[in-house]
Design a protein around this ligand. Structure first.
Ligand SMILES: *Cc1c(COP(=O)(O)O)cnc(C)c1O
Length: 407
């Protein structure tokens, strides 16, 4: 038997039929088919409220759209957050459908001229990733007669790690090395742009509040130093994010109250008058709001092991198979959706329908007995699921997606 991660608290206490947004998993599948992603916006709203309660009021909350760009979910999240962070012209277009350009920032390496132009026209802030990109954005602004809104993404000399912070400037395709950031700020301001400040993102999926607190303090210190070097106070400082979610056995939710208290103290001690602050979060806001539902197609035994073969797989939910940014494959939390709270009676592996041994959604987990036709729920499917999976691989149909509350 191998352990699985903790079922999110909104679902962990349920008995009998799993309900998502007030409706049973079987009902959802009957209405929309299997496999299916269901997202509950009430869970996202609760995460936003937790953030607001914990963080100083001066800190804006941005949603990193790449975590889940499903338009109905984006429309539900947009009014709850202060800004949307995008990383492609496609995401920009989705964001502009639900938020004004002035509340959108666009990061990411390799922005094409057409992408820069779309952002400049929309009045979105471009987080420039290199001197060359800044030069192109300035030229596009000149041509359009619009002062482009440009922030400098800094490749920091700090790195956020799950278990602490690594110092020492690394090479990176993201941002401009901290040593060159002040010179770029001067060039941007001299070039007639509307300089919006700094974007400093040091890492992702951290559960250790202490590591996040240290990284934020180092980020504030770096921004203060760069502002002095550049001779200008940044209008905005995007502090990055990195709040993780508990995917695996032993993981514990990140202590946001502790982060908020430390950040309030750090901001009070920081000398950046007139600067606004933002934290950008993806998975922490949406991962636990999503459940991937997939029906058991076959049940078989092989050399003493039980396999539950489902109609979904890694082509929809790559991350749960352990093939999206994890070194060692570990089990996401999952359950038999009609038997919540029941004691486990067998050990089974939940495998997808793709003809590859990589397609394993649950490896030797303890479950109540599941029959053909039962629905398996895989939790933490709200971030980096449908949009971060190789949907074309093996030619099965895409999974449906639905926002609870929308029928
Ligand atoms: C991907 C990304 C995020 C979101 O990361 P999460 O781990 O989902 O919170 C935030 N900021 C930047 C710059 C990113 O590239």
């Amino acid at each position: 038997m191998k352990p699985m991660g903790p079922i999110p608290p909104e679902f962990a206490g349920q008995q009998g039929a799993l309900t998502i947004g007030g409706r049973s998993a079987d009902d959802w599948v009957a209405a929309h088919g299997s496999p299916l992603f269901v997202y509950d916006p009430a869970i996202v709203a609760a995460r936003v409220a937790r953030f607001r309660a914990a963080m100083p009021a001066a800190v804006d909350l941005h949603y990193a759209v790449k975590a889940n760009p499903f338009p109905p979910l984006l429309a539900a999240v947009a009014p709850l957050v202060d800004g949307l962070d995008v990383a492609s012209a496609g995401e920009l277009a989705k964001a502009l459908a639900v938020k004004p350009g002035g509340a959108i920032s666009f990061a990411g390496p390799g922005k094409r001229d057409a992408e820069l132009e779309a952002a400049v026209r929309a009045g979105a802030t471009l987080n420039v990733e290199s001197e060359g990109e800044a030069t192109r954005a300035l030229a596009i602004g000149d041509r359009l007669g619009i002062a482009p809104r440009l922030a400098v993404r800094v490749n920091p000399d700090v790195e956020l790690k799950g278990s602490g912070m690594k110092m020492g400037g690394r090479a990176s395709p993201f941002g401009v090395d901290a040593e060159r950031a002040a010179a770029l700020v001067r060039a941007i301001r001299g070039g007639g742009a509307d300089w919006r400040g700094f974007h400093i993102f040091a890492g992702s999926q951290a559960l250790d509040a202490g590591a996040i607190v240290e990284t934020q303090a180092a980020t504030l210190a770096l921004a203060t130093r760069l502002a002095a070097e550049a001779g200008a106070a940044p209008p905005m400082l995007n502090l990055g994010g990195g709040f993780g979610v508990p995917y695996f056995a032993g993981d514990v939710a990140v202590d946001v109250a502790r982060i908020g208290a430390a950040l309030a103290e750090a901001l009070a001690a920081t000398d950046l008058p007139g600067t606004g602050f933002a934290i950008e979060l993806g998975r922490w806001l949406v991962a636990e709001a999503g459940v991937y539902l997939t029906r058991v197609v076959d049940r078989k035994e092989s050399r003493g092991e039980t396999f539950l073969i489902v109609d979904g797989g890694l082509h929809h939910q790559l991350a749960a198979s352990g093939n999206f940014g994890t070194v060692v494959r570990r089990n996401y939390p999952l359950a038999v959706a009609t038997r919540m709270g029941e004691a486990a009676t067998e050990e089974a592996s939940v495998v997808g329908c793709l003809c590859t041994p990589l397609d394993r959604l649950g490896d030797r987990v303890a479950l109540p007995h599941a029959k053909v036709g039962d629905v398996i729920a895989i939790f933490l499917a709200g971030a980096y699921g449908a949009s971060a999976s190789p949907t074309a691989f093996l030619g099965h149909p895409a999974a449906a997606e639905v926002l609870a509350g929308e029928g």
